[in-house]
Design a protein around this ligand. Structure first.
Ligand SMILES: [Zn+2]
Length: 84
């Protein structure tokens, strides 16, 4: 499958069948976490801070509140859970 890549708020995005623009990271994260759509109130965080690093490993599903704490208040530190 070949996508034409757009930019949506600085993120790489592609056009879906119904003509909407969808960010690549949300698609990747949906696959990673096995959701059809990212649940309301949750946000995909780019672990390395690079908006265009859409690799599954770089994406983390966080509750909005935790995401806010991570970026704005910086009072939590999230480490990747290592697989056994
Ligand atoms: Zn983030």
């Amino acid at each position: 499958m070949k996508f034409k890549i757009f930019k949506k708020k600085g993120y790489q995005a592609y056009k879906t069948k119904d003509g909407n623009r969808k960010t690549i990271y949300s698609r990747v994260a949906e696959k990673k976490y096995k959701y059809e759509h990212i649940p309301k109130g949750f946000i995909i965080h780019h672990i390395d801070g690079n908006k265009n690093n859409n690799r599954s490993k770089n994406l983390m599903l966080l509750h909005q509140k935790d995401h806010y704490r991570l970026h704005v208040k910086k009072d939590i530190k999230i480490e990747e859970v290592k697989k056994k």
